[in-house]
Design a protein around this ligand. Structure first.
Ligand code: IMP
Length: 430
């Protein structure tokens, strides 16, 4: 069946947005399933840059239905301004549907995110300060306000009164000013008014689409190692970016997923705190950051950069049951000289074959590297394997042999056409 999950294979920022935009040309539905506006996807079309935080990047194709699944947390003013920006000047864009089950992010979530980070002191997670953790906490605590309630004024007023009373007590415990009900209710009711026409049940719509053989693409945000269960906890986000999250966050069953493509940079980056065995804190790391312009789309923070970690990637391939890999930013490694690739972890003289679950067990891990020749050629005009220098081809082969997963697509620049599809058969399973 032509259903496809695009998942971040590392710590996020793998250039999934561009891939979703390219593959979105063939999709009928593009569905975000987890996270919120902590995500940042940049897409360049005809020289114009589009930045997405909540909208699925596939919305740039007018025939696409863009869906925000129930697994998401949605900040209404952020969604509306993105919608206005994307459709500015009458640009034709896809239709937007938002699940009534998605949770709403309110200003008190953002405030609490910052206050909780400050309280963590030296152990801070380095969140995006978008209120994501506190919004998911409300969901798990079972007093979050969902989109379906938000767009019904009588329910929204009652729920906001009830929840705000609790949040104000929390805010005063932190020594912060309380939030006044009336102003918040009035402001957010205006957003609700505009979003109401977009709110509709998602699971039956997608189940029908799958039954009709429509092309449905699930757009992951963040990355596998930021997953609440499978990431480097507690240095993770509060949702499920892994492929399993696509089922939970939309109402599609596991047997309705045709293929899973993991997007992976040719090196590794991470934003925020947490373990990163192959991190480079020297001039090579700076060179990669400069050449790759590795600064966050959402917060502008400099990303931590390092060598490709095949221990982590192999684990990620298994967690997500990947059918193929999409290797991005191969062009950025050009001109760096010899490249290192991590093939193993060692701790206290012992070899580890997969990343540990406990944060305490990450300390003292040393990467075991192999060194391979790099390349100096500009790869941006590459459109197939035959155009690659031998050393780059060997690099791809190393990735495939170590992970056991074939590379389906190569991305060698930000534009739509700077893409080489190596295995079209792996993209939309029939
Ligand atoms: P939160 O999602 O804002 O709570 O942040 C938790 C962690 O996830 C922090 O380390 C963030 O830097 C990281 N994070 C959240 N969203 C993204 C993303 O889209 N790309 C990369 N890192 C992210």
């Amino acid at each position: 069946m032509p259903t496809l999950v695009i998942v971040g294979a590392q710590w996020g920022d793998e250039a999934k947005g561009k891939i979703v935009d390219v593959l979105g040309a063939e999709a009928d539905f593009v569905v975000r399933y987890s996270g919120g506006n902590n995500a940042g996807h940049t897409v360049i079309v005809a020289g114009e840059e589009h930045k997405f935080h909540l909208l699925p990047a596939g919305i740039l194709h007018p025939g696409v239905t863009a869906v925000l699944g129930g697994g998401m947390v949605v900040c209404p003013p952020s969604l509306l301004s993105e919608l206005d920006r994307t459709g500015a000047g009458g640009r034709p864009i896809g239709q937007l549907v938002v699940s009534p089950a998605a949770h709403v992010v309110f200003p008190y979530h953002r405030l609490l995110d910052q206050l909780e980070e400050e309280a963590r002191g030296a152990n801070k997670i380095g969140t995006t300060s978008r209120g994501i953790g506190p919004a998911y906490t409300d969901k798990v605590q079972r007093h979050g306000i969902r989109m379906g309630e938000f767009v019904r004024p009588e329910i929204f007023e009652r729920r906001l009164r009830e929840v705000l009373a609790v949040k104000n007590r929390l805010l005063s415990m932190f020594g912060a000013a309380e939030i006044e009900f009336e102003a918040l209710f009035q402001e957010y009711s205006r957003y609700a008014e505009r979003l109401r026409p977009h709110v509709a049940e998602v699971a039956p719509m997608l189940q029908a689409a799958v039954a009709e053989g429509k092309h449905v693409m699930f757009e992951g945000a963040q990355g596998t190692f930021l997953d609440l269960d499978h990431g480097t906890y507690p240095y993770v986000t509060s949702s499920h970016p892994t492929a399993g999250g696509a089922c939970l966050g939309t109402g599609i069953g596991p047997r309705d997923i045709g293929s899973v493509l993991g997007v992976c940079k040719a090196y590794t980056t991470r934003v925020g705190s947490g373990p990163f065995p192959t991190e480079l804190t020297d001039e090579v790391g700076e060179l990669i950051r400069d050449q790759g312009q590795e600064f966050g789309t959402t917060t502008g923070r400099a990303r931590r950069c390092g060598w490709l970690d095949l221990v982590a990637l192999r684990h990620s391939c298994r967690i997500n049951s990947m059918s193929g890999l999409i290797l991005t930013r191969l062009d950025i490694l050009g001109g760096i000289g010899d490249l290192k690739v991590c093939l193993g972890y060692r701790r206290d003289g012992m070899e580890l074959h997969s990343p540990p679950s406990l944060i305490e067990d990450w300390s003292g891990i040393e990467p075991v590297y192999t060194t391979v020749p790099g390349w100096d050629e500009d790869l941006r005009s590459v459109r197939g394997l035959q155009d690659l220098p031998q050393s780059a081809r060997d690099y791809l082969e190393l990735v495939e042999s170590h992970t056991g997963v074939p590379i389906a697509i190569l991305s060698i620049g930000p534009a739509r056409d700077e893409t080489a599809v190596l295995r079209p058969d792996l993209i939309w399973a029939r």
